[in-house]
Write a protein that binds this ligand. Structure first.
Ligand code: FE2
Length: 149
C-alpha cells in the first residue's frame, strides 16, 4: 500500500471522528488531532477535494462526500476491531489505539472478518475466556522471568 493511501485514510478517519464528536471538521481541529500544522492540513484538504473525498466552501468546515464517508467508515470499523483484538490480548488502551491506527491501513478485509469472528467467539464462549486468561498469565510469566523475545 502506498503512503498516500495511508495519509488519505487517516485524514478521512479524523474528519469523520470530528464530525461525530463536534458536528463539524475544521482545519484547526484536524491539525490538532494529527499533531501537524494547519498549513499542511489545508494543503491535504485541497488534494482530498480534488480526489472527490471532501467538499469545502471558503471559510467553512470540511464535509465528507459519500465516497469519503464510505472509506472513513471502513477505516473506522477496522480501527475498532483491531483495537478490540489488541485489548483482548491484554495490550493497554493507549498502545492498542496507536497500533490499531497503524495496522488499519495495511490489513486485508478477510483478516478483519476473521478477527471480528474471533472476538465474538471469545466473548461468547466460556471456554475461550478461560483460555484467554491462561494466555495472559502465560505472557506475564514470560515477562517476569525476564525472557528475551
Ligand atoms: Fe486511525
Amino acid at each position: 500500500m502506498t503512503g498516500r493511501k495511508k495519509v488519505e485514510e487517516e485524514y478521512l478517519e479524523v474528519i469523520l471522528e470530528l464530525i461525530s464528536e463536534k458536528g463539524k471538521a475544521r482545519v484547526s481541529d484536524i491539525a490538532g488531532k494529527l499533531g501537524i500544522s494547519p498549513a499542511s492540513v489545508t494543503e491535504m484538504v485541497q488534494k482530498l477535494k480534488k480526489r472527490g473525498f471532501v467538499t469545502q466552501e471558503r471559510y467553512s468546515p470540511i464535509k465528507l462526500t459519500e465516497k469519503g464517508t464510505k472509506i472513513a467508515e471502513i477505516v473506522r470499523r477496522r480501527h475498532d476491531i483491531l483495537k478490540a483484538f489488541l485489548q483482548l490480548l491484554g495490550i493497554n488502551d493507549e498502545v492498542a489505539e496507536r497500533d490499531a491506527c497503524e495496522i488499519e491501513h495495511n490489513v486485508n478485509q478477510e483478516t478483519v472478518k476473521r478477527l471480528t469472528s474471533l472476538i465474538e467467539f471469545i466473548q461468547h464462549t466460556q471456554e475461550s475466556q478461560e483460555w484467554l486468561k491462561k494466555f495472559i498469565s502465560f505472557h506475564k510469566e514470560r515477562i517476569l522471568s525476564g525472557e528475551e523475545f
